[in-house]
Design a binder for this molecule. Structure first.
Ligand code: SF4
Ligand code: SF4
Ligand code: SF4
Length: 273
């Protein structure tokens, strides 16, 4: 993870005022004609991005009491409380990576201040000895998705801004060298996101040089698939161990044939040695 040179900025008084207003609305609730809009906003935006340590959206909404403590604790002003008109559950924290990404603070100050466990350090910690220590690389705020049609690297123009900015460079984001089939002479330097490592911090989206970002962050459950557990990566020993725990109804166990594949192909006459 890279150290940042910039110091966190003090929160401006205007921002403090807006924050206090939204927090009061979020905690007190709304009455009268605004109620319909309030209910509408409370179920809106399935693409919202939450702070590190948050559970799936449905559980998060049950646990977050809209106190705004995580927003206050964020030194980079990444987190906002949803205000009326944002089309997001009112008073809940979220972030917009294109404007202000998560800077992946190593001490993750936004999480331990949460009084209800809606943001939980256990989800962003690793075990060392008998101690749980914060590990922001475990955060799964979202995942980066790249649009090949607008990314300049796919056009053959050298751009690796997202790769260089990624706090998990060479883990979450790597560069693949591919042959440029159009010119037949040059290499394409293609950024590749590794979903299993990407935290969804959104720094790549923030720095992307195209007019509208060509790499964007989405909630993981919106864009990631899930393979049936019966499929195993035979080349990955760790994954192969899953075979031991797969219920019988998912597997058909057969005797391994003593014959080689060539023997079957040669049943009609010798073709393969
Ligand atoms: S990890 Fe740091 S930058 Fe990211 S949301 Fe938390 S406090 Fe803000
Ligand atoms: S969101 Fe982008 S910058 Fe952040 S870890 Fe994932 S690939 Fe890297
Ligand atoms: S910064 Fe944007 S245009 Fe450049 S390589 Fe990354 S995704 Fe493509």
């Amino acid at each position: 993870m890279h150290e940042r040179d910039e110091k966190p900025k003090p929160v401006s008084s205007r921002r403090k005022f807006l924050f206090q207003m939204v927090r009061s609305l979020g905690m007190a609730g709304i009455t009268g004609t605004a109620w319909g809009a309030y209910v509408e906003e409370n179920k809106a935006d399935p693409l919202i991005l939450r702070p590190p340590g948050a559970p799936p959206e449905e559980d998060f909404l049950k646990q977050c009491i809209k106190c705004g403590k995580c927003v206050e604790a964020c030194p980079y002003d990444t987190l906002r409380l949803a205000a009326p008109g944002d089309q997001k559950p009112l008073g809940t924290p979220y972030f917009v990576p294109r404007e202000t990404p998560c800077r992946m603070c190593t001490d993750i100050p936004c999480v331990p201040v949460c009084p209800t466990g809606a943001l939980d350090l256990d989800r962003v910690s690793k075990n060392r000895g008998n101690m749980e220590i914060p590990d922001i690389a475990r955060a799964r705020m979202g995942v980066a998705v790249l649009d090949e049609s607008s990314c300049l690297a796919y056009w053959g123009i050298q751009c690796d801004a997202c790769y260089r900015a990624c706090p998990l460079m060479d883990k979450a984001l790597t560069i693949d060298y591919l042959r440029n089939a159009r010119t037949g002479e040059h290499a394409l330097l293609i950024p590749k996101v590794h979903c299993e490592q990407c935290t969804g911090c959104g720094v790549c989206e923030h720095v992307c040089i195209t007019q509208k970002a060509s790499v964007r962050i989405f909630p993981r459950d919106r864009v990631m698939g899930k393979a049936d557990p019966r499929y195993i990566k035979g080349w990955d020993k760790r994954d192969e161990r899953r075979l031991l725990n797969i219920p019988d109804r998912f597997t058909i166990r057969t005797e391994r044939s003593r014959r080689k594949a060539q023997d079957y192909l040669n049943d009609e006459g010798i073709l393969y040695e």
